[in-house]
Design a protein around this ligand. Structure first.
Ligand SMILES: NC(=O)c1ccc[n+]([C@@H]2O[C@H](COP(=O)([O-])OP(=O)(O)OC[C@H]3O[C@@H](n4cnc5c(N)ncnc54)[C@H](O)[C@@H]3O)[C@@H](O)[C@H]2O)c1
Length: 315
């Protein structure tokens, strides 16, 4: 039986995805433009496996078995006869992805789903040049850090066979992957979860813009309020718990006063025009000369691990 997952693009996301594929028992090959990049990706994937084992999400035996399944290469075509799943994770450039997809569509047999980890592009556009079997192209959007965050959005493109998307979702939801895959039935900008995230960001920025609260307090309100419940308490479960008639009334009162803008808030331009791009320039909404991004990112990852352990024992 064909059991190899081919991950094309062995950067930040590719190495996270590969770690999960290997833990799920697949021989996993990381492909990149040159052997050095690909080998670095495989080594990072092994480190990701180690991190999951150190944090007791997998046993040392499972970790050792996964690491033995990791390999690297420079030509995906070498794996055409053993591949069961291909996941593309090259940089976010439509033309590059289109070219790669058209070429991979020529190489891989019809029963191999070819997936893209795109965060913002439509799989319909990425597969536009595929003329052999476009129905097996599908988005699998893993969230960063790819080995830690469970969510994978499986997005059905205009030419995707929904049965292929469902089969990919089913595979990713095998417990050994450590993933929670969801099916997104239309190929729209923002997929599913980024639509929700953008709604939150729009109102968070709006609250700062209208002077309702300072940035620290906005972030505290999200982290200490709705955010701490979200791992086990979704917004739709919430409205059923609170009752729909109550939420209908809350919407009547609150919605007219919150942002419904369809362009970026001027808050972005105010900062961007001054070269304040956020952490990468050390200044944005916050002053990152004072705030510690490394410590914050570590705290985020530690919390994700803590939450995943909780969820594992409370399923
Ligand atoms: N970084 C994130 O937070 C994040 C989150 C979710 C999704 N994504 C998406 O995942 C994809 C990869 O992002 P990343 O952050 O891992 O990028 P990255 O720059 O870390 O890695 C991309 C890798 O792809 C390789 N590559 C480029 N063209 C190639 C080709 N034709 N064949 C083989 N390898 C090739 C590069 O050499 C590089 O190693 C993008 O589509 C991105 O939008 C990123």
């Amino acid at each position: 039986m064909k059991n190899t997952v081919v991950v094309v693009g062995s950067g930040l996301m590719g190495s996270g995805i590969a770690a999960c594929a290997a833990l799920a028992g697949h021989k996993t090959v990381l492909i990149d433009l040159n052997a050095e990049n690909a080998a670095r990706g495989a080594s990072n994937a092994a480190k990701n496996v180690d991190e999951l084992v150190e944090n007791e999400l997998y046993t040392p035996e499972e970790g050792a078995a996964a690491k033995a399944l990791l390999a690297s290469g420079t030509d995906y075509a070498d794996f055409r006869d053993e591949a069961c799943l291909v996941i593309e994770a090259i940089f976010e450039n439509l033309e590059a992805k289109q070219k790669l997809f058209a070429a991979m569509d020529e190489v891989f047999p019809a029963d191999v789903p070819i997936c893209s980890n795109t965060s913002g592009l439509r799989i319909t556009d990425i597969s536009a040049l595929c003329h052999v079997h476009p129905e097996r192209t599908v988005t699998t959007h893993f969230w960063f850090p790819g080995h830690l965050v469970p969510l994978v959005e499986v997005v059905v493109g205009d030419r995707t066979d929904i049965e292929v998307a469902k089969a990919v979702k089913e595979e990713l939801n095998r417990p050994a992957w450590g993933k929670s895959a969801v099916l997104v039935k239309q190929d729209l900008p923002g997929q599913l979860a980024n639509r929700i995230l953008q709604a939150v960001i729009r109102e968070a920025v709006n609250i700062v813009e209208i002077g309702l609260a300072d940035p620290e307090d906005v972030d505290t309100a999200v982290k200490a309020g709705m955010g701490i419940r979200f791992p086990v308490w979704g917004p739709l479960e919430h409205i059923d718990a609170a009752s729909l008639d109550l939420c209908q009334n809350v919407q009547r009162t609150v919605l007219p006063g919150i942002s419904n803008r369809t362009d970026p808030s001027p808050v972005f331009a105010e900062h961007v025009d001054k070269g304040e791009l956020g952490y990468k320039t050390r200044k944005g909404i916050y002053d990152w000369n004072v705030k510690d991004m490394d410590a914050l990112a570590k705290k985020r990852n530690d919390f994700i691990i803590y939450a995943r352990k909780f969820l594992k024992t409370h399923e």
